[in-house]
Design a protein around this ligand. Structure first.
Ligand SMILES: *Cc1c(COP(=O)(O)O)cnc(C)c1O
Length: 417
């Protein structure tokens, strides 16, 4: 559920008419609903009431400072995948002891930065990374908290590009290898073993793959305990899906019930890294129809937002619902809704029945809060769009629209030209 609903013919974000936001901030613009963000966080949190747990929001899904601050205020931590994300999260006020650091390519300077700030733990994704973290921590006279990201070889039954827990994926350490690495970690001077971690993919619409991977991790944990290694944290990653179209993902409460049942006997502190589930349906991208053209067999609606603003349809063939900001169209039409980018992959909607948008009409691309702005670029020298957050009847710009001056900031023409 989210707070983007019609009042009469007009689409609202909570108590603010989208049209009023565009009048003030322009188009295109991302709009986030604070009430929706809060509701999603609380639903996830309540699903684990009574079980020790930390929700480490996955920053990469939507890294806007306002979004981070919102979850931090509700007691959340963060899951980061770069030094840049750590910087943002700390600026937004995160407690470093609620930061977990994932990712296959952590650089020396990023590891050092994370150790300086005192994050909870690194989710280690390779043998060499484990060695490196120990070396750097030792040099700094510290011990780095770690979990090993185990790749449980479970198929999450989602899009191949967002499948991460199969054997051939670049992520994590294979389950066969994990025990040996824990043995090695125990002996490394700069390492403190704190947990075990897995993240099998994104946009999962069933609980079974989560449960299957827990079953596999439990075997690893049993072996570790026999070896005298007793990790405190069980990090189950993110990945819980949302409804974009017809999907029926489990409610957080149902997901929680099954996870708790499966993990209770372990007595561990659970860590979650939800991204999409918290922010996906809390954001929309609003754009304007520039032109329409009708060809023999095909209709096109050209808008002022493109694949550089919302990459998911071009990248994954993803579905985003599209709704008029004011319902005054004369019926429906089968069309492609395309952007201004000079690429054939630049579409937001393909061959779908949509309202017969006309020049100047505003439309909202739904479920755009996750991997929307965060994946946007300035390709074709298009300044990145503004972001707005709504709370009740108030709204504020939470990221200014980029300017053309900012686009070339840092570029230099060399002296030999
Ligand atoms: C991307 C990612 C997440 C978040 O995934 P969602 O599907 O958005 O919940 C969590 N953990 C790791 C390690 C990730 O890479």
């Amino acid at each position: 559920m989210h707070h983007f609903q019609y009042k009469g013919n007009e689409l609202y974000a909570e108590d603010v008419a989208i049209r009023d936001i565009v009048a003030k901030v322009g188009s295109p613009v991302y709009v986030y609903s604070q009430a929706t963000l809060e509701r999603h966080f609380r639903a996830f949190d309540e699903a684990f009431a009574g079980t020790p747990h930390t929700i480490c929001y996955s920053v990469k899904a939507n890294s806007n400072m306002a979004v981070l601050k919102n979850f931090i205020k509700l007691g959340g931590g963060v899951d980061i995948v770069s030094g840049g994300e750590l910087y943002r999260a700390l600026k937004a006020g995160v407690d470093p002891r609620k930061v977990v650091y994932s990712g296959v390519g952590k650089r020396d300077d990023e590891i050092e930065y994370a150790l300086t700030t005192g994050i909870l733990m690194f989710n280690v994704e390779s043998e060499q990374e484990l060695t490196r973290i120990s070396e750097i921590a030792s040099r700094m006279g510290k011990k780095a908290g770690i979990a090993i990201r185990v790749n449980p070889d479970v198929d999450p039954q989602t899009h191949p590009y967002i499948t991460t827990g199969l054997k051939n994926a670049k992520f994590g350490i294979t389950i066969e290898r994990a025990i040996e690495e824990y043995r090695r970690a125990k002996a490394l001077p700069g390492i403190e073993i704190l947990g075990i971690d897995c993240h099998i993919g994104s946009q999962l619409t069933k609980v079974t793959p989560f449960v299957d991977s827990i079953k596999k991790l439990k075997k690893v944990i049993a072996t570790l305990r026999e070896m005298g290694i007793d990790p405190k944290y069980l990090d189950l990653g993110g990945g819980l899906g949302i409804t974009y179209n017809q999907e029926e993902p489990p409610l957080p409460a149902d997901y929680g019930k099954e996870i708790v049942a499966e993990t209770k006997e372990l007595g561990m502190h659970l860590v979650f890294e939800p991204g999409r589930n918290l922010v996906g349906n809390a954001g929309i991208l609003v754009a304007k129809c520039l032109y329409t053209k009708q060809r023999d067999e095909k209709n096109f609606i050209m808008i002022d937002a493109g694949m550089n603003d919302l990459a998911r349809p071009a990248l994954y063939g993803s579905f985003h619902g599209v709704q008029p900001v004011v319902k005054d169209q004369d019926g429906l039409i089968v069309a492609d809704i395309v952007g201004p980018i000079c690429e054939s992959g630049d579409f937001l909607v393909k061959d779908r029945e949509v309202p017969m948008f006309k020049q100047g009409d505003l439309m909202a691309f739904m479920s755009a809060g996750a991997y929307g702005f965060a994946m946007s670029s300035s390709y074709n020298s298009r300044p990145r769009v503004a972001e707005v957050m709504v709370k009740g009847s108030a709204f504020e710009v939470v990221r200014e629209r980029e300017t053309v001056e900012e686009l070339i900031k840092g570029e230099r023409v060399p002296s030999f030209l």
